[in-house]
Design a protein around this ligand. Structure first.
Ligand SMILES: [Zn+2]
Length: 343
């Protein structure tokens, strides 16, 4: 199987020659920047540079996909009124000025192709498709509607608005989901077949389950329905410390990706098995970042023993790999997946 075939087969819960590896965003970017001479800031403004930097991840790490859309989690929000700034060209931009809550009612749907920055990863996806052909999957990336809203006006104002102005919140979210639906259409047009949605606000440390189910989940559901109608596969990412994954499972994503330290892996696997593809997120903050390759391998082995041989399984870091994750650990993650995950 090619990496793309393997990646799609796992998402569709069909059998694979070996379990694929999900590469998230622009993980371990230091190596990619060094090899290409392209810094992250420059890639945000230029589809060709964006494509080159993303493609380099496939050359260096050899996971089964690349991503058109990175882990800044702000690109969609800046299209809706956030002002961002680049403080260091090697890293993602940061919020500079949130849109005042009083102006939130003016947020309108955006066509990503009309936005200076949001259009870049889409144009880059098209270029990557020309280079990769059917070799690796190209995965789009979009924040959940609530996440986009939160990063547009700031987390605290949004939390206050949940209590004080729920009608305003619902009204804005109805507009933001139109932008997300348009993203799916544009992604489909440039040849993207899978979209990674970050819905990491769905955790007990952030909101109550009731608040999640009132303000977050229904909008994720509407966006996912629209994407699914276009034939796009959906991967929900939730690396919250106490993820409401059972509630997200009911949304019927093609895959669910959590940080395994936030759940009981055996229970998590049992609940998802046969229902949706499990993306097993190995600890990226300590294990992959600070420990030895043999420890990475032991963890991969342990997870394969827990999972077994069923279809619908993928290996991944728990979230985007830190900038300078040791290369030997990344490569061992892949080697161990080949060793224990070949079917
Ligand atoms: Zn994450």
């Amino acid at each position: 199987m090619t990496p793309k075939q393997r990646f799609h087969a796992a998402l569709d819960m069909r059998s694979v020659d070996r379990v694929p590896l999900l590469y998230q965003h622009l993980g371990a970017a230091s190596y990619l920047q060094k090899a290409t001479g392209i810094l992250t800031k420059d890639a945000f403004e230029d589809p060709e540079k964006f494509a080159k930097l993303s493609l380099e991840s496939f050359n260096q790490f050899g996971f089964d996909n690349v991503m058109a859309g990175w882990g800044d989690l702000l690109t969609e929000s800046q299209a809706h009124g956030l002002k961002w700034k680049f403080t260091d060209p090697r890293f993602y931009p940061r919020p500079d000025a949130y849109l005042p809550l009083a102006e939130a009612s003016e947020i309108r749907p955006v066509d990503p192709m009309d936005d200076r920055y949001w259009s870049v990863p889409l144009k880059a996806a098209s270029l990557m498709g020309d280079k990769l052909g059917d070799e690796a999957a190209i995965v789009g990336s979009c924040g959940s509607p609530t996440w986009i809203f939160s990063e547009t006006i700031g987390m605290e104002p949004l939390m206050m608005a949940y209590f004080q102005q729920p009608d305003l919140v619902h009204g804005v979210l109805r507009n933001i989901i139109e932008s997300c639906k348009a993203y799916g259409e544009r992604a489909h047009e440039v040849g993207i077949e899978d979209i990674f949605m970050d819905d990491s606000g769905a955790g007990m440390e952030m909101v109550s389950l009731e608040m999640y189910e009132q303000f977050d989940r229904p909008y994720v559901f509407q966006v996912m329905q629209s994407w699914t109608k276009l034939g796009l596969r959906t991967i929900i990412h939730n690396d919250s410390a106490a993820p409401y994954y059972e509630s997200q499972l009911d949304l019927q994503p093609k895959a669910l990706h959590v940080h395994l330290q936030a759940v009981e892996p055996a229970k998590f696997f049992a609940q998802l098995r046969g229902r949706t593809c499990v993306v097993a997120g190995i600890d990226h903050t300590t294990l992959l970042f600070k420990r030895a390759p043999d420890e990475v391998e032991s963890e991969v082995k342990r997870l394969f023993e827990l999972w077994g041989k069923d279809a619908g399984f993928m290996m991944a870091p728990g979230c985007e790999l830190p900038y300078k994750t040791p290369l030997e650990n990344i490569l061992r993650l892949k080697q161990a997946t080949i060793r224990y995950g070949t079917m």
